[in-house]
Design a protein around this ligand. Structure first.
Ligand code: PLP
Length: 483
């Protein structure tokens, strides 16, 4: 259905009322019932400070800082404060970006151009990364023409296997990646050992600390956080997001480099056209200075003490989960070291469990895993300070939900039955592809909204070949965003 702009503009009140009515179908983003996507500090003043700072800078464009020189000052102050928290001393430089993906995209571009400048353009540069690294690296490689080589993790600790990485690096390697911590399990990779490998072989090591902004504060609280940052000499670049455990509004991350000599490869300049000479530090050109101002304001408003206090709450909630989940018969995966925890079950279908929790008003994130990659289905919890108040209640509901779904077959039985009924039990990619429109229809994936019960769909993602899952995900998105 085509929706046209109103011929005559609406009253501001009417516009805002309409938006508010649209928003009523969403989960409340400040709700402690959401255990993913949000990092709610539970301190209203943080949002107020951010909003006012945004408003102060919302009209200013970061495209041309010569027009608004205070933007350079704010960005440098922010980057310098973040760098010092991430072990960066003299010489470490960086930029403010719109998010983890943009920071990673820039680091990959810088590493690629650095590689080219030293080795020429004769080969396709490679990124060697553990299976737990965020897909943003694969996306960056896809956009920038690099190849990714995925290595396994230790099956017990779920940390990157450094020997496996050492086997895969070669003179084609432009970047090696470690996470601090990784998203799926909240486990920190052995960055010191990876740094030694990088130094030994002259490789670019990027540390993805996008969800690691909490780590310095956990360390201050006495947590045994291993070295993961610029204190490790082999680290060339590091990304860390302020819109996660920095509690800034979305659109705030920092990419850091060991030196200006590395960072220069991140930049892009162009002057061979009739318009203004273009030089960009980041991917976007025009962008609001509001996000930067808001992030700077939140950093300064909370200060070290504020962040330490919030980290303490996250830690308290995590400890309760680590203690109670095994008592309820769940298995915590690896040893969580930051604000993320994943668990699985050998007794109940975790897809059904998440669905039952959704019916009880909780969002817990399903990680479908893959039978083809030997990745168990699991439940991911991103712990925010706010969760401290509700963790007990959530665990009680989880215990109830577990009993309620007991007896449902374990994955992938439901998915297999579904495919059998659809005459596709062989999982032959050709057959599946032909049957795709029919399958999407039967799963309720062809409309403007996703089905309420996602448990079968999640289970199918566990069962189907990853290439097929990726194809379906794109098809579904293509449908969802068709007005
Ligand atoms: C470890 C890690 N890296 C990168 C990203 C991508 O960040 P963004 O969603 O801000 O682009 C995430 C997002 O959760 C992450 O957890």
């Amino acid at each position: 259905m085509t929706r046209l702009l109103p011929e005559k503009g609406l009253e501001a009140r009417k516009v805002l009322e309409t938006l508010a009515s649209y928003a009523s179908i969403d989960m409340d983003p400040s709700s402690a019932r959401l255990w993913g996507h949000i990092y709610e500090p539970g301190v209203e003043e943080v949002w107020k400070v951010a909003l006012e700072a945004y408003a102060l800078y919302q009209k200013k464009n970061m495209l041309d800082p010569t027009v608004y020189p205070s933007i350079i000052r704010i960005e440098n102050e922010l980057v310098s404060a973040v760098a010092s928290l991430m072990g960066g001393g003299e010489g470490v430089v960086g930029n403010f970006t719109g998010g983890g993906t943009e920071s990673i995209m820039l680091a990959v571009k810088a590493a690629r151009d650095y590689y080219w400048s030293h080795r020429g353009r004769g080969t396709v540069p490679e990124i060697v990364l553990p299976i737990t690294a965020h897909p943003a690296f694969h996306k960056a490689a896809h956009y920038l023409g690099l190849k990714t080589i995925v290595t396994p993790v230790d099956p017990e600790t779920l940390q990157a296997d450094v020997d496996a990485i050492a086997e895969k690096v070669s003179d084609r390697t432009a970047m090696v990646v470690g996470s601090a911590p990784n998203y799926p399990y909240g486990v920190i990779d052995p960055i010191r050992e990876m740094g030694e490998l990088a130094e030994d072989k002259g490789l670019w090591l990027h540390v993805d600390a996008c969800i690691g902004f909490i780590l310095p504060f956990l360390r201050m609280l006495g947590e045994p956080i291993p070295e993961y940052d610029f204190k490790v000499p082999g680290v060339s670049s590091l990304s860390t997001d302020l819109h996660k455990y920095g509690y800034s509004p979305k659109g705030a991350s920092v990419i850091l480099y060991r030196s200006k000599e590395l960072r220069i490869h991140q930049l892009f300049s162009y002057s061979r056209w009739p318009g203004y000479p273009l030089v960009n530090t980041v991917v976007l050109s025009s962008r609001p200075a509001g996000n930067l101002a808001a992030a700077w304001a939140v950093l300064n408003y909370l200060g070290v003490e504020g962040y330490r206090r919030l980290a303490e709450k996250v830690l308290e909630a995590r400890r309760t989960l680590e203690e109670q989940l095994p008592r309820l018969g769940f298995q915590v995966m690896g040893k969580p070291q930051a604000g993320i925890l994943a668990f699985t079950s050998t007794e109940v279908n975790v897809f059904k469990l998440a669905q039952r929790m959704a019916e009880k008003g909780w969002y817990i994130q399903v990680q479908p895993g893959s039978i083809h990659l030997d990745l168990k289905p699991s439940i991911h919890l991103t712990i925010a300070p706010r969760h401290c108040d509700v963790v007990g209640q959530m665990l009680e509901d989880l215990a109830r939900a577990k009993e309620e779904v007991r007896g449902h077959p374990l994955p992938p039985e439901n998915a297999l039955r579904f495919l059998q009924e659809a005459g596709l039990a062989s999982l032959d990619p050709g057959e599946l592809e032909k049957a795709m429109p029919r399958l999407l229809e039967r799963l309720g994936l062809t409309g403007e909204a996703l089905p309420k019960d996602m448990s079968l769909i999640n289970e199918l993602m566990y069962l189907m070949p990853p290439e097929m899952v990726e194809q379906v995900l794109s098809l579904v998105m293509n449908e969802l965003y068709s007005p």
